[in-house]
Design a protein around this ligand. Structure first.
Ligand code: IDP
Ligand code: MG
Length: 136
């Protein structure tokens, strides 16, 4: 069944000039781009996106990282989009992520892991309106 997922190119991806190559991977995999915007993430947006991590040791540095520069917020659509995007993205820690995955190829350390992808269809439905409130 066709579904949508929220993918965000984090500040390091934009800063280091990988945005185009990363977007290409989602297109190459057959996903359709449903929305895209370059933006500075607001405090309200980062707190909403990462609500489940509040109180964890890395929470404050995660928010500082996400606010360290512009991101590229995207929505991708297709059959099994959530799982496919997570597969393309790879393991959370770039040091553990397989070669060929986005984090494996472009990432170095957990603190700056290049990209976010929704972890379930339910998460995607929650995350997409945080960044694209008007999206049909
Ligand atoms: P995910 O992005 O692969 O879904 P989550 O466990 O949901 O991973 O964590 C959200 C984000 O928080 C990660 O992408 C990463 O940026 C950051 N993060 C998670 N665990 C750590 C950690 O142990 N140290 C530093 N940052 C972390
Ligand atoms: Mg997650």
């Amino acid at each position: 069944m066709s579904e949508r997922t929220y993918v965000m190119l984090k500040p390091d991806a934009v800063r280091r000039g990988f945005a185009g190559r990363i977007l290409q991977r989602f297109e190459d995999a057959g996903l359709q781009m449903a929305a895209m915007q370059r933006l500075a993430v607001s405090e309200a947006q980062s707190k909403a996106l990462y609500a489940e991590h509040e109180g964890k040791p890395f929470y404050d540095s995660l928010l500082t990282y996400i606010h360290s520069g512009p991101v590229v917020a995207t929505v991708w659509e297709g059959t099994g989009a959530v799982a496919l995007a997570r597969k393309l993205i790879g393991a959370t820690d770039p040091a553990q992520a397989a070669p060929g995955t986005i984090r494996g190829d472009f990432g170095l350390v957990m603190d700056e892991n290049v990209v976010h992808g929704s972890d379930s269809a339910e998460s995607a439905e929650r995350e997409i309106p945080i960044f694209f409130p008007g999206l049909d």
